[in-house]
Design a protein around this ligand. Structure first.
Ligand SMILES: [Zn+2]
Length: 386
């Protein structure tokens, strides 16, 4: 309201006009598409070429009518056997978190009780929603791309507004089924793994257990741990804003996390430019927790069963850790690395692989590394939060 009277009308016109063009640019004529890419793609991210038109169209359809696209996507790429395997993985990761919380020597019984209550009400969403969104009111045609995009945006806004004043729909999905990502939502206390991420190298219905636990298993553990970190601590089992940690326990938790902040403060992407440990703290705690929980979940899954065997000369533990590297590792341009250092709560992929694993004894043992190996942190500096 202050800005409405303090800024000139012409400023508002320019600002709102720019907002409109900015939203629309990627869907308009070639000169605007190119200008949009020139800034967001080439300048900000160092990208060398625009994605092919077909890819951009598919992404646009996924953004605007994601559950219609998603229904087709899961028919083709996410068979019931894959879902059953994921349900089992999530179950064992939740068990691993239960055993871990139970066994913590630094957390009081009072906080543990609330933590376990919260864990028991976690709602996993796997692959696709049980109830699909109804797109019958969405008008699309073959005449104009921008008209379709605009229609899709309007549909999305109307769909959101329609939920106001109604009971919370806990079946509703925030991500589309074809999305290659995962999330924890503190207000719904749910964890979501869309079908789009449930493919190699994150997951395969044909892969060995160590490979699946080492890749998607770590992601599952990562999302679960968000329910208990500095963000998740503020929300109770029903998703209400209510901190359930005792102040003493929360202090102990923070003292343990300080180790992780120090670790990432010392990761450089180029001379003179290093991660800000505080900025990437939550995500880096989640990666460390995820790796530990997934490793424990793999052991839980083997109880009462014969020991796993080598594959192509790789022990089960090596399969587990290599899978994390193959899934999480990537290569990015220096421009993107610099931008991530400034504002991304995730560390760059290289450190999301080395960071958590270099704290784990199981990793050191699996590869027979000495205490002074470059990928093993000195014993006195190893971090353990959960
Ligand atoms: Zn995260």
């Amino acid at each position: 309201n202050t800005l409405f009277s303090s800024r000139k009308l012409d400023d508002w016109k320019a600002y709102l006009g720019w907002q409109l063009i900015n939203v629309a640019a990627a869907n308009l004529s070639k000169d605007l598409v190119d200008a949009n890419y020139g800034f967001y793609g080439a300048y900000l991210n160092g990208s060398k070429e625009m994605k092919p038109r077909a890819t951009r169209c598919a992404e646009s359809a996924d953004n605007l009518m994601g559950e219609a696209v998603g229904k087709k996507y899961v028919e083709k790429y996410f068979p019931p056997a894959a879902k059953a395997r994921m349900v089992e993985l999530v179950k064992n990761l939740l068990l691993a978190m239960h055993e871990t919380i139970d066994g913590l020597d630094w957390m009081s019984p009072e906080t543990k009780k609330h933590a376990l209550e919260k864990l028991a009400t976690f709602k996993p969403k796997i692959g696709y929603p049980d109830k699909w969104r109804d797109y019958s009111k969405l008008k699309i045609g073959r005449a104009s791309n921008w008209a379709n995009v605009r229609s899709g945006l309007e549909f999305g806004i109307a769909d959101n507004l329609a939920s106001i004043g109604k009971p919370v729909d806990r079946e509703r999905w925030g991500m589309t089924p074809a999305t290659s990502d995962a999330s924890y939502n503190p207000q719904l206390n749910d964890i979501t793994f869309p079908a789009g991420i449930l493919q190699p190298p994150a997951f395969s219905a044909e892969a060995s257990d160590p490979v699946n636990y080492g890749a998607i298993g770590v992601v599952i553990g990562h999302e679960i741990s968000h329910g208990f970190d500095d963000q998740g601590a503020q929300y109770d089992a029903q998703g209400n804003l209510k901190n359930w940690w005792t102040p003493e326990d929360y202090k102990k938790f923070q003292a343990r996390t300080a180790c992780v902040a120090r670790q990432f403060d010392n990761y450089f992407v180029e001379p003179g430019l290093h991660h800000n440990g505080q900025l990437v703290l939550g995500e880096s705690i989640a990666d460390l927790a995820g790796a530990k929980l997934a490793y424990l979940a793999l052991q839980i899954s083997r109880r009462g069963k014969p020991a796993l065997t080598e594959i192509d000369g790789f022990s089960p533990d090596r399969q587990f850790f290599i899978a994390w590297g193959q899934f999480r590792g990537d290569e990015i341009r220096p421009e993107l690395a610099r931008r991530m250092i400034q504002g991304d709560p995730h560390a760059i992929a290289k450190f999301r692989v080395i960071g958590p694993l270099s704290n784990l004894v199981a990793f050191q043992t699996a590869f027979g590394c000495s205490d002074t190996s470059p990928m093993v942190r000195p014993i006195a500096e190893r971090c353990e939060v959960w």
